[in-house]
Design a protein around this ligand. Structure first.
Ligand SMILES: [Zn+2]
Length: 355
C-alpha cells in the first residue's frame, strides 16, 4: 500500500459506502480506454446514487487528482463541485411538487452542455430522477445524449434500469448500485448520531438497504405510528379520517419533496403489511403467543380470520402500486383504510383459531 495516493483516495470515496463494485466497474471503463459519454447509475432510493454521481464529477474535475478518478476534496474545483457551484457541472432534476421533468428545463440543461467549459476541463451533466422524463423532455434530450460534444460526460440517476425509456437505455451504459449491507447502514446511523438501540434495530429491520429509509425511520416517529395503527387495527377500530390525517402528517414530516413523502408512505405500508403477515401466521397456526406483541397478533388472526387478512394484504400491496403510479397520498391512504374499516364494521368474531 503506497503512501499518500491511497490516503487521498480513501478520503474521497469513503463517503460512499457499499458501492465498491460500481466504482470498480467505472474504473474499468476508465482504464480500458472504453470511457463512454453516458452512464446510468441505477438502484433503489437512499443507497448513494447522487453521492456517487457527485464523486465521479469531482474525480473528473479535480485539479490535483492523485489516483484514478479520485478527487483531492481540497482544490477549487473539488470545493465547487461539493458546493454545487462548479460552472461546468450541470444538474437537472424534477422540481418540487412536479411529477415529471419539464421539457423547458431539459432544453436549458442540454444547452449548457453544449457551451465551452469555463474551467477548460470536462463538462459533466447530471440528470437526477432520470426515469421521470416525459416523452417530450426525453425527445429534447436524445440528440445530446446520443452525440454530446467532446469532453462531456452525462450521468443519469434512476431508481431502476427498466424504468428508463428504451431510447434512453440504448444510449448509455448501466452502472448498477446495490442496496447497502447491514453494517454500512449501521455505520451511517452512527454517523448521524442515532444511538438508541431499539430505534437502531427498527431502522435496520425496515430499511431494505437504504440509508435514507433508515434515517427516516430513526427520525420520523415511525415506531410510534406503527404502535398506534396496529393496536387499533387488531381491536377492529379503524377510523378512516383520523388514520389518513395521522399518516399524512407522518409522510409530510419528511419535507416538501414528494419522493421523500412517498418513501415515508411506503414505510407505513411496510409496517402494516408486516403486522398483517404476523396476524395471519397466528391465525393459521393457532397456539398462543408468549410476548404481548405475539398475543396481540394472535388476536388479529382470531378476530378476523385468514381470508379477511389475506384480503387486507392484497389491498395493502395494491397501495404500493398506487404510490408507484404517483396517486396522491390522501387518496392512497383513504382507499386502503376505507377497506380496512369496512371489514371492521361488519366484524364477525371467530371464537376458535382457523385451521
Ligand atoms: Zn481536487
Amino acid at each position: 500500500m503506497q503512501g499518500s495516493f491511497l490516503v487521498i483516495e480513501v478520503m474521497s470515496w469513503a463517503a460512499i459506502r457499499g458501492q465498491e463494485a460500481a466504482r470498480e466497474q467505472v474504473l474499468r471503463y476508465w482504464r480500458s480506454g472504453r470511457w463512454g459519454h453516458a452512464y446510468a447509475l441505477t438502484g433503489p432510493a437512499g443507497i448513494g446514487k447522487r453521492l456517487f454521481a457527485r464523486e465521479l464529477a469531482k474525480g473528473l474535475m479535480c485539479e490535483r487528482r492523485a489516483a484514478e478518478l479520485a478527487a483531492c476534496d481540497r482544490c477549487p474545483s473539488c470545493l465547487q463541485v461539493l458546493a454545487e457551484t462548479h460552472p461546468d457541472v450541470h444538474v437537472v432534476r424534477t422540481p418540487e411538487g412536479k411529477h415529471s421533468l419539464p421539457v423547458e428545463q431539459m432544453r436549458e440543461f442540454c444547452a449548457a452542455l453544449w457551451r465551452k467549459p469555463l474551467r477548460g476541463g470536462w463538462v459533466v451533466g447530471i440528470v437526477e430522477d432520470a426515469e421521470e422524463m416525459n416523452a417530450e423532455s426525453a425527445n429534447a434530450f436524445l440528440k445530446t445524449l446520443e452525440e454530446p460534444p467532446a469532453g462531456v460526460v452525462i450521468l443519469l440517476v434512476a431508481s431502476s434500469w427498466e424504468r428508463l425509456l428504451p431510447t434512453i437505455r440504448s444510449r448509455c451504459q448501466q452502472v448498477s448500485l446495490r442496496p447497502l449491507g447491514r453494517e454500512d447502514v449501521a455505520a451511517i446511523l452512527t454517523e448521524h448520531g442515532v444511538e438508541d438501540e431499539a430505534v437502531r434495530e427498527a431502522a435496520l429491520r425496515w430499511c431494505r438497504g437504504s440509508a435514507s429509509r433508515a434515517l427516516a425511520i430513526a427520525r420520523g416517529g415511525l415506531w410510534e405510528l406503527r404502535e398506534e395503527l396496529l393496536s387499533r387495527l387488531f381491536q377492529g377500530q379503524v377510523e378512516v379520517e383520523g388514520w389518513v390525517k395521522r399518516c399524512l402528517e407522518y409522510a409530510e414530516g419528511a419535507g416538501k419533496e414528494s419522493a421523500a413523502q412517498r418513501e415515508r408512505a411506503e414505510l407505513v405500508l411496510d409496517v402494516l403489511l408486516e403486522g398483517l403477515r404476523e396476524g395471519l401466521r397466528w391465525g393459521v397456526i393457532g397456539g398462543s403467543g408468549s410476548s404481548p406483541e405475539e398475543q396481540r397478533q394472535q388476536t388479529l388472526g382470531l378476530r378476523f380470520g385468514v381470508e379477511q387478512i389475506l384480503d387486507w394484504q392484497e389491498r395493502t400491496l395494491q397501495a404500493y402500486e398506487h404510490l408507484d403510479r404517483r396517486v396522491p397520498l390522501p387518496l392512497v391512504f383513504e382507499s386502503l383504510f376505507e377497506h380496512y374499516a369496512q371489514a371492521c364494521s361488519g366484524l364477525k368474531v371467530q371464537t376458535t383459531p382457523a385451521g
